[in-house]
Ligand binder design. Structure first.
Ligand code: ADP
Length: 504
């Protein structure tokens, strides 16, 4: 048995398909996460530009705007909220804080305002100095404390002459909305989501793989069931190189063999039925004739003339001959079929055997005015065969040559050496065989001439028996014939062992 390649093994293909589907779904999930959660903020470019180019000017301008309104809380809040709306996209907010550190008003009262409560006045003062280094800030240990978010402190004076600020404009980033706890919750959520997605993807991939296999097995099972139900021409798809494909291919070749066997069996059955019908028919006709003549002889014994009685007895004898011949042929054929006919192989001279055959055929040839002759070289080697069986073959062939000949015709038996065999042919110049009849002449019970068959001369077994005997000698009977001109039958026999040994 041929071992399949590693990649053609079913479990390798199933595992590969499963992993591929899993990788595709998990990959798609991670791409989705990247696209949604890890996407950079859309306004980065705008924010950067605002931060670098316009932030300071805007805050300065706001501080100039606010300074005169410090006493008017409504105006103050209005200006702050308006500015707050403008900077919220950049995640910034502004508030006004008095010199003691308390928030007076804010653009986002719920964020910085709520977070601050109070600012350290000294820190505020320090941060308001032009040389305050925001980079040295923030304090890394408190990343969510409000001080980390302040990026500008501008002193506000209602009266510039008085000196010293009345309040400060504080600009800061909006508070970080994600706390470590939030992040943790988010990660837990992500993990949970990932596990659920992977389990679902795994289950779906498993289901798809199972469906793929089960659909293919289903198609296979359908084909096998149909075959089992008698649809012998049914085959299954077997293109794949994996185990299921191999199963399909093996099934198909088994089905082809079985189909051929079934056809052969059916043919045999038909043939057997035909055979029995033929035998019954061939036995019944002479039996009926025999019965009729015997009955006439018995009933009309007193009235029949001696000549009539002789004629009836001759007919009875002819029918008995025919019956005897038929039964002999049938027995011989069944022995040959069953392989029971053992050939008694020996070395012998063909010339002597032919003399015997010609002597037996001579009366029939004379009745039909047909001449018989032989053609063979004097130094023809002996042959190694069963003489009785070969005599039977030659007699059948010569009988046919006479039977299917016309008065004045001839039958020639020729023999010539051929390598280590001897070729024997029997040719006649009789009526020949029609091309449509030729393929059937070796079939059992086949007689080309129905009228002659009726007369009891033919039973269609002679050539079938001859062919079997020649095949038993490792040969084949060949036939050539021209309709209206004659036929020639030929076969070869092994030359005698001793002669061949001497030659070698
Ligand atoms: P049978 O001679 O009893 O009919 P065979 O098996 O010997 O049966 O021959 C089968 C048929 O082959 C014959 O009926 C005949 O039609 C044809 N055949 C055989 N030999 C010859 C021949 N020499 N010339 C013409 N037809 C022949």
């Amino acid at each position: 048995m041929r071992h399949p390649r590693f990649l053609d093994l079913l479990h390798v293909r199933v595992t590969a398909l499963f992993l591929l589907l899993l990788a595709i779904s998990v990959g798609a999930y991670f791409l989705w996460i990247r696209a949604t959660l890890l996407q950079p903020p859309e306004s980065t470019a705008d924010t950067d530009a605002w931060w670098h180019d316009t932030k300071d000017a805007e805050i300065d301008s706001l501080s100039r705007d606010l300074a005169p309104r410090l006493d008017d809380p409504v105006q103050l809040t209005h200006a702050l909220v308006q500015f707050g709306d403008h900077v919220r996209p950049y995640e910034a907010e502004v508030a006004v804080v008095d010199t003691s550190g308390s928030v007076v008003s804010s653009s986002d009262p719920d964020s910085l305002d709520a977070a601050i409560g109070e600012l350290d006045p000294d820190l505020l003062h320090a941060m308001a100095q032009p040389d305050w280094d925001y980079e040295s800030y923030p304090d890394p240990t408190s990343f969510d404390s409000y001080v980390n978010r302040i990026f500008a402190v501008v002193p506000l004076s209602a009266d510039a002459e008085r000196g010293g600020p009345d309040a400060y404009l504080v600009a800061s980033f909006l508070p970080v909305t994600v706390t470590p706890a939030d992040l943790q919750t988010d990660f837990r959520h992500l993990w949970f989501q990932a596990i659920v997605i992977m389990l679902t993807a795994g289950a779906l991939s498993g289901i798809i793989v199972m469906m793929w296999i089960s659909r293919r097995v289903h198609v296979l099972a359908d084909g096998v069931s149909a075959f089992a139900d008698g649809e012998y021409s049914r085959r299954v798809p077997a293109r794949s190189r994996d185990d299921i494909g191999r199963l399909g291919r093996d099934f198909n070749s088994m089905a082809s063999r079985l189909e051929a066997l079934i056809v052969e069996l059916r043919n045999k059955e038909t043939f057997q039925r035909q055979l029995i019908a033929n035998i019954s028919h061939d036995l019944r006709s002479p039996m009926a004739a025999l019965g009729g003549y015997v009955e006439t002889l018995v009933l009309k014994a007193d009235t029949l003339s001696p000549a009539q009685r002789d004629q009836y007895l001759e007919i009875i004898s002819g029918n008995l001959d025919h019956l005897g011949r038929l039964i002999d042929h049938l027995l011989q054929l069944s022995r040959l079929d069953a392989g029971q006919a053992r050939f008694q192989m020996e070395d012998f001279a063909l010339a002597e055997l032919l003399d015997g055959v010609l002597a037996r055929c001579q009366p029939a040839a004379e009745r039909k005015s047909v001449t018989l002759r032989t053609e063979m070289p004097d130094d023809l080697p002996n042959v190694h065969a069963d003489p009785l069986q070969i005599a039977q073959v030659l007699q059948n062939l010569v009988d046919n040559g006479i039977k299917f000949n016309r008065p004045g015709g001839e039958v020639v038996i020729a023999a010539e050496p051929r390598a280590d065999r001897v070729r024997i042919s029997v040719r006649d110049n009789g009526e020949g065989i029609a091309p449509e009849v030729l393929p059937h002449i070796f079939d059992r019970f086949y007689t080309g001439d129905i009228s002659r068959h009726r007369k009891g001369e033919s039973n269609g077994l002679g050539l079938a028996i001859s062919q079997k005997i020649v095949q038993g000698h490792d040969g084949e009977i060949e036939v050539t014939s021209r309709h209206g001109e004659g036929s020639a039958f030929a076969f070869t026999l092994p030359a005698a062992l001793r002669a061949r040994g001497a030659e070698g």
